[in-house]
Design a protein around this ligand. Sequence first.
Ligand code: 1HN
Length: 359
Amino acid sequence: MAVQDKLGAEDLKQYYNAADGIRLSPGWLGGEEEASPELAPYLWRWSEVEPLVLKSGEVVTPDRDVERRTMRLATPGLKRGTTHTLIAALQLLLPGECAPAHRHTPTAIRWILKGHGAYTTVQGDKCYMEPGDLILTPSWTWHDHTNEGTEPMIWLDGLDVPLVRYLKANFYEPFPEDQQPVTGVGDSVRKYASGSLKPTWGEADAPYSPLWHYKWDRTYDALTNLAELGSDPFDDVSMEYTDPSTGGPVLRTMTCRIQLIRPGIQTKAHRHTSSKIYQVFRGSGYTVIDGQRFDWTEGDFFIVPSWAWHEHASTSDGEAILFSIQDIPIMKSMALYREEPYTEHAGHQPVTSQFNTGS
Ligand code: 1HN
């Protein structure tokens, strides 16, 4: 190396020792800075997850100590996270229970899986949860969950906790009462869910969508209408939930997507710089991730790490619907988002292995 030739071996050693003594590290000697852990894709089966989530009802009760009864999707290689930026957890709320009000800087979404008769209150707005609904809890908004029905309620929580912790910006505050005062019922839906119309007054200037409840019937209508018109080669009939005031993603750190894979469709492979957590809302099929085949069926969860090749396929006897959260908005805000199509083998990866739980 040219620089080293100028000093004798002894002087060079002294130089490095002196630098080390005052905590300077020569960049030209190589070595990596701290990096986030390498993640392998993973899949959780609903048939295995659901019984343990239901059983968690016998283990703890949400109160001011426990706050939330959640079971996290804990990816191998991470301590408690699901990807390096996001976590997903299954939350169970039994009839008559209330998960008390609080707020935190991490942003959350709820993707409702099972049950009826429970609601989440977000900043005073009571949102009744039905399967297939998406409910947002943007950064620093008050939220509490109550089940006034007769069935156990289960939903998926998605949060950007690992990212916010890494950025040292994690703050939390409990609300003085278990429930915050209710100021409206479904008001964000009534004001903003029409999509193409919004009130002329009270312009929201919050850094997130003023609509925070996306009802399943509208979502499914949108998907089936789009299915008649077109599709994406990598994701088939794929839609992004949007902030009606900007047309952009619903949250600053996470975007939520819903995609319908028509019966018998196999998409082409691509990769992009975002991490993704999927829930199989309906149907069955498989996803090939970096050459490994992950077979999935209704209710399963799986992750696709950043920059991993992936392609999806549904079985021929029915449509499949995948919900996902992805950290694309972070990557785009830093101009770090890139995407690449897989060009060999007509766009399909050779399958070299098959995922089994515990493998
Ligand atoms: C949280 O506040 C909720 O409010 C759910 O329902 C899951 C996981 C990690 C940190 C905070 C909730 C959470 C969470």
